[in-house]
Design a protein around this ligand. Structure first.
Ligand code: ZN
Length: 282
C-alpha cells in the first residue's frame, strides 16, 4: 500500500517538530475527523495550524473514509498533537469522515488501509502496539461508535481480501439511456476547475438544457438504480439534487465509481455518466 507523502498532498512545512523514538511508542490510536469525508489533509492542516495554533497537522497519519487513501501526517516518529497527555506513546491515525448512525461510513478500502498501517507499525516496533480509540484516553466520542467497535473487535476485515464483483450480472439499467451531454473530454466537476469542469454554478447550456438539469438527470438515474439520493437521504442529503456540483456530488460520484470499478476521481465524465445509464444494476 502507498502512503501519500506530505509533498504529494501539498503540506505546509511544520513550524517545529519533536522526535519520539520507537522505544517509547506503545499505542496505535484511532480518531475520526467528525466532518465531511471530502475534507483534504491540507484543509485539516490549515485548521490545526491557523485556528488551533499548532506547529503542524495534529495526526501522525490520516485515511479517507471513502477512498481509503492513506496520507502521511507527522509520520512515525514525530510527536503528534491528537490526544493530550498521550502523544509520546501513541501514534494517532485519523479517519477522515463522519459517523452517522445506521450506515457504514467507513469503506472496506479505508478499513484495509487502517489495518495495513497498524500491521506496518507493529513490524517497525517489533511487537504489537496496543490498539485504542481516542475515547479510551480522553473525554470525547472520538473515533465514533462505528470505528471504536471495529477497533475493539481487532480490526476484522469481512472476506479478508476484496472480492471482485462478477461482471454483467444483475438487472439491466433502468430507464432510457441518455447520451453524455458535454463535449468530449469535459466533465461535471468543481467550479474551481478549468473551463471543461462544469459545475452548474454558471448555468451553461449544453444540447438545449442547462448543466444543472443534466447533472440532476445523472443523480436521478442513480436513484432509479436504487441509490438513496436527495435531501435528508443517504446521498446529497444537505442540498438535495440541485444540479450544482459540490462535495456532496463528489462523494456520490466516488461511491458510484467504486461500485462500478471505475477510477475514483469524483468527476462525472463520459465513463461515469454511461455507467449510470448502461451498466447492469448489481
Ligand atoms: Zn480524536
Amino acid at each position: 500500500m502507498d502512503i501519500i507523502s506530505r509533498a504529494e498532498w501539498g503540506a505546509r512545512p511544520p513550524e517545529h517538530r519533536d522526535t519520539v523514538p520507537w522505544s517509547k511508542r506503545t499505542v496505535f490510536m484511532g480518531h475520526y475527523s467528525a466532518a465531511s469525508a471530502t475534507q483534504t489533509p491540507r484543509e485539516i492542516q490549515d485548521y490545526h495550524m491557523r485556528v488551533k495554533g499548532w506547529s503542524d497537522i495534529g495526526y501522525n497519519f490520516l485515511i479517507n473514509s471513502i477512498t481509503g487513501d492513506l496520507f502521511e501526517g507527522r509520520g512515525w516518529t514525530t510527536l503528534g498533537a491528537h490526544c493530550a497527555g498521550h502523544n509520546t506513546e501513541a501514534i494517532g491515525v485519523c479517519v477522515i469522515g463522519t459517523d452517522k448512525a445506521g450506515r457504514q461510513d467507513v469503506s472496506d478500502a479505508a478499513r484495509r488501509a487502517f489495518k495495513w498501517l497498524y500491521e506496518e507499525a507493529n513490524d517497525r516496533k517489533g511487537r504489537k502496539l496496543t490498539l485504542l480509540g481516542h475515547r479510551d484516553r480522553g473525554a470525547t466520542k472520538c473515533p465514533g461508535d462505528e470505528i471504536y467497535t471495529w477497533l475493539k473487535a481487532g480490526l476484522p476485515i469481512v472476506g479478508g481480501t476484496p472480492t471482485p464483483k462478477p461482471p454483467a450480472a444483475g438487472k439491466p439499467a433502468p430507464g432510457t439511456p441518455i447520451a453524455f451531454p458535454l463535449p468530449s473530454g469535459w466533465y461535471f466537476g468543481p467550479a474551481s476547475g478549468p473551463d471543461y469542469s462544469v459545475s452548474g454554478r454558471h448555468e451553461r447550456y449544453f444540447k438545449g438544457r442547462t448543466d444543472r438539469a443534466w447533472l440532476r438527470e445523472w443523480a436521478t438515474q442513480l436513484s432509479r438504480r436504487g441509490w438513496s439520493v436527495g435531501k435528508g437521504r443517504t446521498w446529497l442529503d444537505q442540498h438535495g439534487n440541485d444540479g450544482v456540483y459540490g462535495p456532496e456530488y463528489r462523494a456520490l460520484a466516488i461511491a458510484f465509481q467504486k461500485d462500478q470499478d471505475l477510477r475514483q476521481d469524483g468527476l462525472i465524465g463520459v465513463n461515469t455518466w454511461n455507467a449510470a445509464f448502461r451498466n447492469p444494476v448489481r
